[in-house]
Ligand binder design. Structure first.
Ligand SMILES: NC(=O)c1ccc[n+]([C@@H]2O[C@H](COP(=O)([O-])OP(=O)(O)OC[C@H]3O[C@@H](n4cnc5c(N)ncnc54)[C@H](O)[C@@H]3O)[C@@H](O)[C@H]2O)c1
Length: 371
């Protein structure tokens, strides 16, 4: 009898412990929220829920959705994040008669998240919303932090606000149907968290990226959790991106410019992985970063982006897109460079700085990118 009682206590305790392991809490001045790791069996029809669902995800997983749910299927690409497209989604949304108490449920990747969160934030001055990220990028990065972003005339993320979801549910089984390029893109985005971290974290991530090369079965829960843990520290200290969180832009100024340069043919996370390598190259050329660290980080990034080639690079065009970055001022580019693990920093570089311009040219021309 006593043994039974004890085993009950242990299993209760263990359940409690495993629950803790399966949850991450994010503190926010807007509203604090939780990420829960769990397998989704079915999306049920709940009163006053409207689902925004990624079109491809739905096609591959339609069995997961109750037929009665109110839903809008959305094709995800950068054009989805335009005002023209937003209008079309609003038309469909209002046909479903939402009210102030409607909960918007987003099931998709970073694109669906940016659009859904923005719509939730401005409809009836703010709806509740729940997020089920379905891409590696969204599970390992974008789902937390509360940013919403819309592109303006093709330039990335120019319009947006902060509007975190009420809850996030992560089911890593969703990743099984992702294309390899979207897996790589997720790794590219996660890379910037690991490269901002300790050398130990970088070694862990390097092992994981090498697994991709060997096409091993992906078990990503630990990599995702670690990554969210690193991001949590930044966003809880500086939720509104006025200080420390700025460092999370590491690789992004160059990455966004490259996305636009390639007309969004290179997916976001892969562009970021090249942006990181370029930021490191400039750090190395400017003697902030030693060769050993530069090459170690390159070896991590190369396993992610080795199949990307930029032909006939046009520096002028690239710099024109770099001009659009939010961190720039009238006369300066605002970029994140690094001195090594845990030593990234923000630097203003004069837009006329020839050395800076030449380093970018050199990077793409000498195929430093694929060395
Ligand atoms: N708000 C933020 O904090 C934040 C942070 C990082 C990136 N972003 C944005 O996220 C976007 C990139 O997100 P993404 O990489 O998730 O891309 P995405 O949302 O475009 O998804 C990539 C592709 O995968 C498909 N897809 C989604 N889930 C799938 C699944 N489970 N199986 C098969 N296919 C699936 C989509 O239809 C799409 O074709 C960019 O616009 C970027 O600016 C936002």
């Amino acid at each position: 009898m006593e043994a039974l009682h004890l085993s009950k206590i242990i299993s209760k305790k263990f359940k409690c412990y495993s629950n803790l392991m399966n949850k991450i809490k994010i503190k926010s001045k807007i509203k604090s929220y939780e990420i829960i790791f769990k397998k989704v069996k079915k999306f049920k029809n709940e009163e006053n829920f409207v689902f925004f669902i990624d079109y491809i995800f739905f096609k591959k997983n339609s069995f997961l959705f109750d037929k009665k749910i109110k839903k809008i299927l959305i094709v995800a690409n950068e054009k989805t994040k335009s005002f023209e497209n937003l209008n079309k989604i609003f038309d469909k949304f209002f046909k479903l008669n939402p009210n102030r108490f409607t909960t918007l449920v987003c099931v998709g990747g970073g694109v669906l998240q940016d659009v859904s969160a923005f719509i939730a934030s401005i409809t009836f001055r703010g709806l509740n919303w729940i997020f089920y990220p379905t891409t590696l990028l969204a599970q390992g990065d974008s789902c937390i932090g509360g940013k919403t972003s819309i592109n303006y005339k093709g330039s990335k993320n120019q319009i947006g606000n902060f509007y975190p979801p009420n809850k996030i549910f992560i089911d890593t089984n969703f990743l099984n149907t992702l294309k390899k390029n979207d897996i790589l893109s997720g790794y590219g985005e996660m890379a910037h968290y690991y490269l901002l971290s300790s050398f130990k974290e970088q070694v862990f991530f390097k092992k994981r990226t090498e697994e991709i090369l060997k096409n091993k079965k992906f078990n990503l829960r630990k990599t995702i959790k670690n990554c969210l843990g690193i991001k949590k520290k930044f966003i809880e200290k500086d939720e509104f991106d006025n200080g420390k969180r700025l460092l999370l832009n590491y690789g992004h100024s160059f990455g966004h410019a490259l996305e636009k340069y390639t007309n969004y043919k290179v997916p976001h996370g892969l562009a970021v992985s090249i942006g990181l390598d370029l930021a490191n190259y400039i750090s190395y050329k400017k003697k902030y970063l030693d060769k050993e660290n530069y090459l170690f980080m390159k070896s991590i990034l190369a396993s992610i982006n080795k199949k990307i080639f930029i032909k006939n690079f046009n520096n002028h065009k690239f710099l024109k897109y770099l001009e659009k970055d939010k961190k720039n001022t009238q006369n300066h580019f605002g970029v994140i460079l690094t001195r090594g693990p845990k030593k990234a920093f923000f630097l203003k570089i004069n837009k006329k700085d020839k050395n800076f311009q030449n380093f970018i040219k050199e990077y793409f021309f000498k195929k430093e990118i694929n060395r």
